[in-house]
Design a protein around this ligand. Structure first.
Ligand SMILES: [Fe+2]
Length: 203
């Protein structure tokens, strides 16, 4: 009987490895330590690009088209960050792991909580998703600054883009007095509910 289970034709496990070298001018141990910390940022960005596509497919209601079409350029932008970050790891001598199983095993955040839902719900939840990724990127910027300004610069550039994408999301969640519907949200589910309530008030 045919099976859909994939087999690894080489018979080998997925492996990660650290090389004996790193980029010129850096001390190998500290550079590799930093590159290994990039692994969780790689997983976070891969998770983000999948989550954005999930929202792109599952947004419904009268505000569908604006949110549906807004999200694809964000997906493309985040996918470019994934590639940039993984290749920085490899350049520094640490093998990046792009496998979904490793992502799920190592992630420190919850899966995106909503499926088919109104635009305001997805926007509320995505605001919280973006906050998590941005905060953790900023934390690593602080650490990278002491080791490698090139990695620090890459992370700074990514955060600038991520914050712009979050502003696109947040602009939908603000009233004309500058209040953000998700400001006090405690979780993505809570933010989705607050987004929907604020949207109902505007309508
Ligand atoms: Fe699409």
């Amino acid at each position: 009987m045919a099976t859909t289970k994939r087999k690894n034709p080489s018979g080998k496990r997925n492996r990660t490895a650290t090389s004996a070298f790193t980029v010129p001018g850096l001390e190998a141990a500290s550079a590799h330590e930093l590159a290994e910390k990039l692994q969780l940022r790689l997983h976070a960005l891969n998770d983000l690009q999948l989550t954005l596509k999930h929202a792109h497919w599952n947004v419904v209601g009268p505000k569908f088209i604006g949110v549906h079409t807004m999200l694809d350029p964000q997906v493309e932008g985040v996918r470019a960050m994934v590639d940039e970050l993984a290749e920085r790891m490899a350049t520094m001598g640490v093998s990046p792991n792009g496998c979904p199983g490793d992502l799920v095993a190592r992630r420190t955040w919850d899966d995106y909580p909503i499926g088919l839902a109104q635009a305001a719900e997805h926007l509320g939840a995505l605001d919280i998703v973006y906050s998590g990724v941005i905060e953790d990127h900023r934390t690593l910027i602080e650490e990278a600054g002491d080791v490698d300004p090139v990695t620090e610069d890459m992370l700074i550039g990514q955060v600038a883009e991520l914050e712009k994408y979050q502003w696109f999301v947040r602009a939908h969640l603000m009233d004309d007095e500058g209040n953000l519907a998700t400001q006090e949200a405690q979780s993505a589910e809570d933010a989705a509910a607050r987004g929907l309530a604020a949207d109902a008030k505007i309508d």
